[in-house]
Design a protein around this ligand. Structure first.
Ligand code: DX5
Ligand code: ZN
Length: 216
C-alpha cells in the first residue's frame, strides 16, 4: 500500500499543532518536512527550532527533504532535531557517496532527490545504498505547483534500476501530486506520495489523506 506524506510546507504556521494532530490521527504515514535555504532554491522555509518543536507532538516518521547547499554540514543537527530519513539533493552534493555514508552513520535512513532535469541514471553507482529516491515532479522551492508529466517515466526508470541492482530503496514523488495523478504514479512504481496543497487546501484533509492512501 502506498505511503502518504503530507507536506508541512502547506500547513497553517499559526497553528502548527492542530495540523500535526490532524496528521497524527489520520491515515498518513510520514511527515514530509521541506527545508529551504534561499540558495539551492529561491525560497526559505524553516529550520531546526521548528522541526524540534514539531517532534514533541508528532507521532509519525520524519521524512526531511533538504533543499540546501552543503547539506553535509548539518547532518548531525538534523539527526538531533528528530529526522528519521534525511534526503539530500544530488545537485547539491559534490561527494554524494560520502554524504550518504554520513547520514547513515548518524543513525538515519538516507535519501537522494533528483530535480526534474536530472536523469535517474546518475544514481546507478549509489542505488544499492539508498533507502529512498525522491523524484521531484515540480521544480523545488514552492508548494502548489503543476505536476510535470515526464515524472511518470522517471518513476518507472527508477523502479527498473532498483530492481536491476537488487536495491531496496523506496521511490517517493514530490510536487503537484493530486487525486487525479496518484494512480498512474503508484502503477508505475511510486511507494511514497508527498502531498501539500492537495491535503491542506482540502475542506476535509483527513478524508483526502484516506482517498490518497487507498489509491492503487
Ligand atoms: C517543493 C517541496 C514539496 C512541496 C509539495 O519544493 O519539496 O514537498 O511542499 O507541495 P505540493 O504537493 O503542494 O506540490
Ligand atoms: Zn519536499
Amino acid at each position: 500500500m502506498v505511503k502518504i506524506a503530507p507536506s508541512i510546507l502547506s500547513a497553517n504556521f499559526l497553528n502548527l499543532e492542530a495540523d500535526i494532530e490532524m496528521i497524527n490521527s489520520s491515515e498518513a504515514d510520514w511527515f514530509h518536512i521541506d527545508v529551504m535555504d534561499g540558495r539551492f532554491v529561491p525560497n526559505i522555509s524553516f529550520g531546526f527550532p521548528v522541526i524540534t518543536a514539531m517532534k514533541k507532538k508528532a507521532k509519525k516518521f520524519f521524512d526531511v527533504h533538504l533543499m540546501i547547499v552543503e547539506p553535509e554540514k548539518y547532518i548531525t543537527e538534523f539527526a538531533k532535531a528528530g529526522a528519521d530519513l534525511l534526503t539530500v539533493h544530488y545537485e547539491a552534493c559534490t561527494h554524494l557517496h560520502r554524504t550518504i555514508q554520513m547520514i547513515k552513520d548518524a543513525g538515519m535512513k538516507a535519501g537522494v532527490a533528483l530535480n526534474p532535469h536530472t536523469p535517474v541514471s546518475v544514481l546507478v553507482d549509489v542505488i544499492e545504498q539508498l533507502d529512498l529516491v525522491l523524484i521531484m515532479s515540480v521544480n523545488p522551492g514552492f508548494g502548489g505547483q503543476k505536476f510535470i508529466e515526464r515524472t511518470v517515466a522517471k518513476v518507472k526508470a527508477t523502479e527498473a534500476m532498483i530492481k536491476e541492482h537488487g536495491g531496496t530503496a523506496l521511490i517517493e514523488v514530490d510536487g503537484g501530486v493530486t487525486l487525479d495523478n496518484a494512480h498512474v504514479l503508484v502503477k508505475n512504481g511510486a511507494d511514497v506520495l508527498v502531498a501539500g496543497n492537495t491535503v491542506f487546501s482540502s475542506s476535509d484533509p483527513k478524508a483526502t489523506i484516506s482517498q490518497l492512501k487507498s489509491v492503487k
